[in-house]
Design a protein around this ligand. Structure first.
Ligand code: DC
Length: 244
């Protein structure tokens, strides 16, 4: 009994900053930089949905087979390798294979968005996400970090940007990685914009944990801001609240 009470106290004292928002808003970049700056843990919750989608595709599980996806999500054999020092390789290993590049593909993102609408999948990934909250602190990036998974977080950011700007960012990101080719043709900004709008619609309109700012979230529009400006604003909020 005593041990349980102590554990709860420890968990409650771990500061969590949530950064939610639509794809391409820059939240992944900001969350990564913030975690590195503070020396805190990082949860890329979208990666868990992408990993579940990739595992489903690899195992021939249909994206609407909720019962099988529930089992897959609950038993994901995944390792997150953090770079200990600059130059070290970080990575994500699913069932023994490096999948960092594979899970970032557009089609896996779209599949992730589809399975993320299934309540059983969201439930199955819940405890795995909460387990990331460890000392000295956690930066949690996703869609429902501030509304559901870490609803008690002391700092919640909702980062957004115009859909056109997000499509442009995605285009240049893919170009820089040499990943503009899909099915033999270059992906256009128009096509990326259509995908972004469809994904926004699906993520915002689903019945369970839809993408929306938490009531107590600070909404930041990054359309006209640099990465450093957004990072500065987030850290200002953390300082004002005495988190750092
Ligand atoms: O952030 P991302 O693009 O890697 O996320 C991929 C999909 O996963 C996204 O379209 C919706 C889903 N997702 C979610 O439903 N909840 C989260 N906390 C994170 C991602």
């Amino acid at each position: 009994m005593k041990r349980k009470a102590r554990k709860i106290v420890i968990e409650n004292t771990i500061p969590v900053v949530t950064i939610d928002g639509p794809g391409g808003s820059g939240k992944g970049t900001i969350a990564g930089l913030l975690a590195r700056e503070l020396g805190w843990h990082l949860l890329d919750s979208g990666a868990l949905y992408r990993l579940t989608a990739l595992a489903a595709m690899n195992h021939g599980v249909a994206l609407d087979d909720e019962a099988s996806l529930d089992v897959l999500a609950a038993h994901l054999d995944v390792q997150f390798i953090a770079a200990e020092t600059d130059g070290d390789e970080s990575g994500i290993i699913l069932e023994g294979e490096h999948v960092e590049a594979a899970i970032r593909q557009e089609d896996v993102g779209i599949s992730a968005s589809r399975i993320a609408a299934l309540p059983a999948v969201r439930d199955a990934l819940m405890s795995r996400q909460r387990a990331f909250a460890e000392a000295p602190g956690l930066v949690a990036d996703g869609r429902d970090m501030g509304t559901v998974v870490f609803a008690d977080a002391p700092v919640k950011i909702y980062l957004t940007a115009g859909a056109e700007e997000r499509a442009k960012r995605r285009y240049f990101q893919l170009k820089a990685k040499g990943q503009l080719q899909a099915k033999g043709a270059d992906v256009s900004i128009e096509r990326l914009l259509a995908d972004i709008r469809a994904r926004d619609e699906r993520d915002m309109s689903r019945a369970v944990a839809p993408l929306k700012p938490a009531d107590d979230a600070i909404v930041l529009d990054s359309t006209k801001l640099t990465i450093q400006e957004v990072l500065g604003q987030v850290m200002d909020v953390m300082r004002e609240r005495g988190i750092i």
